[in-house]
Design a protein around this ligand. Structure first.
Ligand code: GLN
Length: 472
């Protein structure tokens, strides 16, 4: 492997400053590796040929005004295909947007461009970010870099696999119910979702607007923090963004909802317990907590999320965006365009969402799910009075085989531990702690920490304690 693709973002920044290598050399090394390895793994839908030109600009900045460089200047970043970069295709891995060119930059992209980061390419995902295996992509599944017969998780499977396979040092994803944390756990990298409103959603392809957040994947927690510090904060184009508020005080107490955790696979639970033992030896207090509503969070999520999908995806009518199929009437145009443009899972969720919102059913489904969400928020707020972190395995187990979970309900169960943080809006981080063996192959598993709103820095600190990473 070319050594240049082994460095973290922090190491790249140091190397650029010390003139050990240039951003052009690093970017070219990545593009070469992508060219060689991508066809087997289907991680990138497209690598950007103009990445070298951006890297050149970064190198010039290091030459002419090093004081105006940023820790991400010249650092290559992979972006999930639902994040808009002006002039580039943003298809959300859907046929309906296959030829859609973004007309503006997402706020996160604008901020990263401001830092002169280098956009390397767009990564594969489940269509519109619905799924947990990347098998719902209209452009074929992504394969796990350690075992290509397995899934990298999803929906940000391409982003997680890009970082794990050293096809990018860092990647952006989106997390509506776990889509950054679950593939991060399965691929053995860090995956972070901030507090709801922590990062602007402007320029992300909307799916479940009250749940969606931009997330970051990397091999070092420092890199996650650097990206978060660069893109976070108020944005006039997203009224849900939060101003920088003082972080709450945290202490070294971790709550573990044991009766909930036991739903994970035994070998994954064993690794989780091993992580907790390490935390205890680092001076953390591990206490049992009860989260009686958490096991029901998944049911509420799979009502609220499709409800929001059904309204957000109404804009894809064959007229305003993307694919248009001509019928004999306007209604037929709509029907044909959406039938041809959307995949099976997307159609399933639109139908489900429309149903749970329809009169006569909204009381039985949508309103009860909203009430459960409110109860869950209260439950977590009460727990966070006593502990600063809640820990669970990130996913029920390691990478599963492609095709193993084609039945939607078994795939939905992958999100059992991650959806709570989206429903409450609390930040969460998956830390690549352990491995379990399946068919003679060692596969990664992660531990998830959740914490109170605005306490992202505490999540980074606890990850460093667990993994013995020093802050740069
Ligand atoms: N797997 C979940 C779903 O299918 C989460 C998706 C996501 O976080 N984007 O809805």
């Amino acid at each position: 492997m070319d050594e240049l693709t082994t460095y973290s973002a922090g190491e790249l920044a140091r190397g650029y400053r010390e003139k050990k290598f240039s951003a052009v050399e690093v970017t070219e090394a990545y593009l070469k590796k992508i060219d060689k390895e991508n066809s087997a793994l289907n991680i990138y839908l497209e690598a950007f040929s103009d990445a070298v030109a951006s890297a050149k600009k970064a190198d010039e900045l290091f030459q002419t005004s090093p004081e105006s460089t940023h820790p991400l200047t010249g650092v290559p970043i992979a972006t999930k295909d639902n994040i808009l970069i002006k002039g580039k295709t943003a298809s959300a891995a859907s046929k309906i947007l296959e030829n859609h060119t973004a007309t503006y930059d997402a706020t996160v992209v604008e901020r990263l461009k401001g830092a002169n980061a280098v956009f390397l390419g767009r990564t594969n995902m489940d269509e519109f970010a619905m799924g947990s295996s990347t098998e719902n992509s209209a452009f074929g599944p992504t394969k796990h870099p350690i075992d290509p017969t397995r899934s990298p998780g999803g929906s940000s499977g391409g982003s997680a696999a890009s970082v794990a396979a050293h096809l990018a040092p860092i990647a952006l994803g989106t997390d509506t119910g776990g889509s950054v944390r679950q593939p991060a756990s399965i691929c053995g990298v860090y995956g972070f979702k901030p507090t709801y409103g922590g990062i602007s959603r402007y320029g992300l392809v909307a799916m479940g607007s009250s749940l969606d957040q931009l997330g970051v994947l990397a091999r070092k927690v420092d890199d996650i923090e650097t990206v978060f510090d660069t893109v976070r904060g108020l944005d006039k184009n997203d009224s849900t963004t939060l101003p920088a508020r003082p972080a709450p005080n945290t202490h070294k107490r971790i709550g573990v909802p044991r009766s909930f955790v036991k739903d994970a696979q035994p070998d994954a639970v064993a690794e989780f317990e091993r992580a907790l033992n390490t935390m205890a030896s680092q001076g953390y207090d591990i206490v049992d907590i009860d989260l009686p509503t958490a096991p029901h969070a998944l049911a509420a999520y799979y009502i609220i999320m499709p409800a929001e999908v059904s309204t957000n995806l109404a804009r894809y009518d064959g007229m305003r965006y993307g694919l248009h199929v001509e019928g004999e009437s306007l209604l037929q145009d709509y029907t044909l365009s959406r039938t041809k443009g959307f995949g099976a899972e997307t159609r399933r969720r639109v139908v489900l969402g429309t149903h749970v919102l329809s009169s006569g059913y909204a009381d039985a489904y949508y309103k009860r799910a909203i009430a459960l969400r409110a109860a869950l928020v209260k439950e977590f707020d009460a727990v966070f009075e006593n502990v600063s972190f809640v820990a669970t395995p990130t996913a029920p187990g390691p990478a599963f085989k492609l095709g193993e979970k084609l039945d939607p309900l078994s795939l939905y169960l992958e999100d059992i531990f991650t959806v709570s943080a989206n429903l409450t809006g609390d930040p969460a981080l998956s830390v690549p702690y352990g491995t379990v063996e399946k068919d003679g192959v060692l596969l990664p598993v992660g531990i998830q920490f959740m914490s109170p709103k605005n306490s992202e820095k505490a999540l980074f600190a606890i990850a460093r304690d667990l993994m013995n990473e020093n802050k740069n």
